[in-house]
Design a protein around this ligand. Sequence first.
Ligand SMILES: [Zn+2]
Length: 392
Amino acid sequence: MSDSKNGLLGLGSHGPAVADVRTRLVALRGSGLPELEHLAEDGVDAQQFDAGLERAVRAFQQHKGLIVDGVVGVETFAAIDGARWSLGDRILLHTPGHLQRGEDVVALQERLNTLGFGAGRVDGRFGAATERAVRAFQRAYGLSGDGSVGPETLRAFDDLKRSVSGGSATVLRERERVRRSGHNLSGRTVVLDPGHGAANPGATAHGLVEAEVVMDLARRIEGRLTAIGVSVVYTRTEHTSPSEEERAALANAAGADVVLSLHCDSHDAADASGVATFFFGRDRKTSWSAVGEHLADLVQREIVARTDLANCRSHGRSWTLLQQTTMPAVRIEAGYLSHPADASRLASPAFRDTLAEAVLVSLQRLYLGDDDTATTGVLRLGDLRAYLAAHG
Ligand SMILES: [Zn+2]
C-alpha cells in the first residue's frame, strides 16, 4: 500500500509518514492501551509499517470506536493526533471549517453532559452544539460566556468536580460560582412559565382552574422581580397555550438565567396534597442539573417553611421543559387543587403572595450562596436587601 497515493497507510507502507504515526502512538503509552506498550521503537525500521504497528493501530481503533481495519486514513490519523490532548492543554473554541478535535474535547463534552448542559453526542469535535453548551454553562456559573474554554472555565469545572466528589449531591457548592457572579438578581432575566393556557386549562377542582391560578401566581412573582430590576419573560399569555417544546425554545432564545415553571397538581385520590419541586435530572452521572437541583431544594425549603403545605420534596425529572432548557429550570407543583384544604389555601390571594415571596427569596438565596438554614422561612426580601447592603 502506498503512503503517498491516497493518504492511506497500512501494512507494507514505508516512509516518513509511517515513522510519524509510530512516534505518535508511542507517545500515547500509559494512556490505558496495553498494546501500545509493545510497540517497538528500537531494532525496527521506524519507517516500515510492520505487523507490530498494525496491531497497535487496530488496538487504537478498537479503543476509539473507529472501524478496525489497521489502516491509517484521515479519520484514524485525526484520532491519533487528537489523542495527545488532555483538557487544559490548549484553549478550546469553535472554529467553523476547522473543528478542533481531540480527547480534550471528549472530556469537555462528557463534563457538560454530566452537568446537564446538553453538548449532544460525545464525538470529540468542538462544533456549534458544544459551543452552545459551553456558553450555557458559562452563563449559569457567572462567567463571561464567550464560548471558549480557557483557564477560567476549566477552574469552574474543577471546583464542580471537587464539590461533586466531595459529598452529597444535594450540598453541591457550585453555587459559590454563581455567587461570584454577584449577589444581586438585578439585571438578570427570569422566564416565568405558567403551565397550561387558554386551550388547555389543566386541573380544575373546587372552583379553581390551574391555568388561572398559576397565571395569577406568576403575576405576583413578576411584580416582585421587576421591583428589584429583574427582566421577566412569559412563555404564554392568558390567550395562548404553547407546547412544552415552544416554551423551552422561548426560554433559550431569551437567554434566561432561570426558568420557573408553575403548576398545581390534581389527583383522583382525595387525600393527595402538598408541594413538590422538580428539576432536570435523569441520571446523576450523565444528565443532571446540579444548579437546578439546588434551586429546587431552595424553593421547596422556602415554601414548606412559610406555608402548611405538605412537603412532597424535590425530584429530578426529564420532562421536556426541564430537559430542553439550557439554563437552570424548576417546575413547582404548588398544592393539589383536588385536595380541599390545598384548594382553599390556593384560593386565597394572601397565600399566593406567600408563595411568590418564597420563590423570590429562594432565587435570591441561589445568588447569595447563603446556606444559613436557621433563617429559612423567616427571611423577608427587606432583610435580604439589608444583608446585601451590609455584605455586598
Ligand atoms: Zn399542570
